[in-house]
Design a binder for this molecule. Structure first.
Ligand code: CTP
Length: 413
């Protein structure tokens, strides 16, 4: 079997002279068994002939956002791929990615797609070090984009310095290691026990608007969810974080999406949940939303606020659970075990993490937590007070243990 058999790569090429090197890369990735779909920006046409890429990728090459009359191209090309690889990527395209512009087929696909993104920048002398480019690069890194920095050497302009696209062999190797996971030794497996897993974590509160300046929310800081996202990434998983408003930095290497309301969180979950193998709902989702939202700021005076329940997001995920492992949280102020168990059953979970938010050192806006984990068979473990990162490690180890137990049981049957 070839190294990249069954892997689908969306290969974007932007307008840089280094684009000629991508022709060989397309050929090599295809030869390694990957299905490669090339998308050119209009400027890339100046540097590489689409027909050559079509022949080497054994696929149509797309470039025009409005080309297909039967398909919405930026939607069809935004799903089903294991990796979005952009090589070379220009300073101009990096700026578009950073600001979320959607002015051509490739930039629009990247906004719609949830696949991991690997980019190999190429630009002329001085551009890479420009504060604007560096700020954009930092922003992309924060969002989980993987960047193969340009190298120093002679440039097409005749000048010499930082700007050359990294060697195509490095791009090929990185692509293989991202898609395959490097061949794992026992030691690697211990260091990255979640490699191959896609973990979706929700975190923070949601906000339900009453009027343009007021909202209903709760005291969640997002610290537990961010700790889970951080730790899951450390343990080798691809992590997608859907976060309500918090003041926390996104952990390095974690893909993130920000939302305000429960309805927005629902939309984002629906967009990515099919790619997740583990879902951890640590968000403190607002249970109520105002029945009538005022478009104007409400004036002072007595008001009766009518509230309706929001959708239960976990229940929604449970309906299309498949092989996914589902973890919920239960924030309680009384009858911890009984209430958490009832939630696990009602929401169809594999594991619930319960905490009594009235205890000191547990719950909202503190760095520690005191939790009890209950699995679907009723077995439970209580953890002492510890830092949320340590709690996260315990939760993820429990997920790994329960997942492998489920596998063993299936094999025995
Ligand atoms: N949850 C959800 N959708 C909601 C409310 C909660 O998916 N609309 C999830 C939370 O993310 C958490 C779990 O359900 O993982 C339990 O949340 P919690 O607030 O403790 O319980 P509720 O189901 O809201 O019940 P109650 O507030 O009555 O205790």
């Amino acid at each position: 079997m070839q190294r990249l058999s069954g892997k689908k790569i969306l290969f974007g090429i932007t307008g840089s002279i280094a684009a000629y090197k991508s022709i060989q890369l397309v050929r090599d990735l295809t030869a390694a068994g990957a299905e490669v779909q090339v998308v050119l920006t209009p400027a890339a046409h100046q540097f590489v002939p689409p027909l050559t890429l079509q022949i080497f990728s054994k696929n149509n090459v797309y470039s025009d956002l409005f080309a297909s009359r039967t398909d919405v191209l930026h939607v069809t090309l935004a799903s089903g791929f294991d990796l979005n690889l952009i090589a070379p990527v220009t300073a101009n395209f990096i700026a578009k990615m950073a600001t979320g512009m959607a002015d051509n087929l490739l930039s629009t696909i990247l906004l719609s797609s949830s696949a991991p993104v690997l980019i190999a920048p190429a630009m002329d002398l001085g551009m890479w070090d420009h504060p604007a480019v560096q700020r954009n690069v930092a922003l992309l890194k924060e969002r989980g984009c993987i960047i193969l920095d340009p190298e120093s050497g002679p440039l097409a302009s005749g000048l010499s310095g930082i700007g050359r696209m990294t060697d195509p062999q490095n791009i090929f190797d990185k692509t293989v290691s991202l898609l395959q996971g490097s061949p794992q030794t026992k030691k690697d497996k211990e260091a990255a026990p979640l490699s191959g897993e896609v973990v979706l974590v929700t975190a923070g509160p949601t906000r339900e608007a009453i009027d343009p300046v007021r909202f209903i929310s709760n005291r969640s800081s997002g610290k537990m969810g961010y700790a889970l996202a951080h730790m899951a990434h450390e343990m080798g998983a691809r992590v997608i974080l859907i976060s309500g408003p918090t003041s926390l930095p996104v952990p390095q290497g974690v893909e993130s999406v920000f939302v305000q309301s429960t309805a927005e969180m629902k939309t984002e979950i629906e967009r990515v949940v099919s790619s997740a193998s583990i879902v951890i709902m640590s968000a403190a989702v607002s249970d109520y939303t105002p029945l009538d939202r005022s478009n104007q700021k409400l004036k002072r005076g007595p008001k009766l606020l009518r509230l309706i329940p929001t959708d239960d997001l976990l229940k929604g995920i449970a309906k299309q659970k498949g092989q996914k492992f589902l973890v919920g949280f239960a924030a309680e102020t009384e009858n911890l075990h009984k209430n958490a168990w009832a939630k696990l059953k009602a929401k169809g979970l594999d594991l619930i993490v319960a905490n009594d938010v009235t205890q000191e050192g547990a719950g909202f806006d503190v760095d520690t937590n005191i939790v009890k984990m209950i699995d679907a068979t009723g077995q439970h473990t209580s953890l002492p007070k510890m830092h949320k990162l340590e709690v996260a490690r315990h939760i993820l180890n429990e997920v790994i243990r329960l997942k492998s137990r489920a596998k063993t049981v299936k094999i025995k049957m």
